[in-house]
Ligand binder design. Structure first.
Ligand code: PAF
Length: 280
């Protein structure tokens, strides 16, 4: 695997390639990332990964400084897996050489709800860096995990609206055997919190079960799930049942007619904020 730190080196390495499959990450790689790399390998060749902790998508009170940076371990993991042809690991000056002026701003009805409401500016940071990374790598496909459901939808919509030649391939959420979605932030959980953390997924699975059994009062289910989490020591930001197509709230008729839905949740356990979702 070639590890390249500059855009020029990356371009030299990828010259003439037109089936690149790309996996952008912020590093601290775990089994879910490796699974994204494997899926990328089924959709294109060569596979290119990136590691860049993108300051632009962190709010002033968020965990940019303590976000785990484990570049050498990440390189070792990718080398052992042997799927990735080139790893692009730029520094901040390479990605943002000038004071950042151009930004990509997702439409507010998709970018300012749910995660965007609780993390203002987050999706502007994500789409801006993803567009820049796509410009550097020029992938034919890029793989995004569905744990970050709204991010996946926003990046897909950005590619469509900007006529980018990159197809966005989703990857199902990868979970530990107890149900906890894999995330770099799981390492911040204490042992006690780690035992409690799968509760978030169990609550969402219970919510899905209630809807499948005929419950139609979405507000009541959302409130019950929120109360269950609060009762177990969580501080929920939201539990929301939305349409899969556009993350808008479904009408009662749409629920009745079997509109594909997704229940999304974000909640803090101690100092760690976790997100998860289930499709219904
Ligand atoms: O999901 C992530 O790790 C990041 O948001 C991404 C897509 C790499 C952009 O920084």
């Amino acid at each position: 695997m070639k590890v390249v730190r500059t855009i020029q080196e990356l371009r030299d390495q990828l010259h003439g390639q037109n089936r690149i499959a790309f996996v952008p990450t912020m590093g601290n790689l775990h089994a879910a990332h490796l699974s994204l790399m494997a899926l990328a390998g089924r959709h294109g060749d060569p596979v290119v990964a990136s590691i860049f902790v993108n300051r632009l998508q962190f709010g002033p009170n968020e965990d940019f400084d303590r976000y785990p940076r484990t570049l050498q371990e990440d390189i070792d993991k990718l080398q052992r897996q042997n799927r990735v042809y080139a790893l692009f690991a730029p520094d901040e000056r390479e990605m943002y050489p000038e004071p950042q002026s151009y930004r990509v701003s997702p439409p507010t009805d998709l970018g300012d709800i749910l995660e965007g409401e609780f993390r203002p500016g987050f999706f502007i940071g994500v789409t801006t860096v993803v567009l820049k990374l796509f410009a550097c790598v020029q992938p034919r496909v890029a793989v995004f995990g569905k744990k970050d459901y709204q991010q996946w939808m926003i990046v897909r919509a950005m590619c469509r609206q900007f006529q980018l030649p990159t197809e966005i391939v989703p990857h199902e959420t990868v979970r530990d055997p107890d149900g906890l979605a894999l995330s770099s932030r799981n390492r911040f959980l204490s042992d006690k919190e780690r035992r409690e953390a799968p509760h978030l997924y169990r609550v969402l699975v219970g919510l899905r079960q209630r809807l499948l059994e005929g419950e139609r009062d979405l507000a009541r289910v959302q409130d019950a799930c929120t109360a269950e989490l609060v009762g177990s020591g969580w501080q929920p930001d939201y539990i929301a049942i939305r349409r899969q197509s556009d993350l808008k709230t479904p009408t009662p008729q749409q629920v009745e007619q079997g509109e594909p839905l997704v229940a999304l949740a974000a909640a803090k356990l101690g100092a760690t904020r976790l997100i998860d979702n289930v499709e219904i």
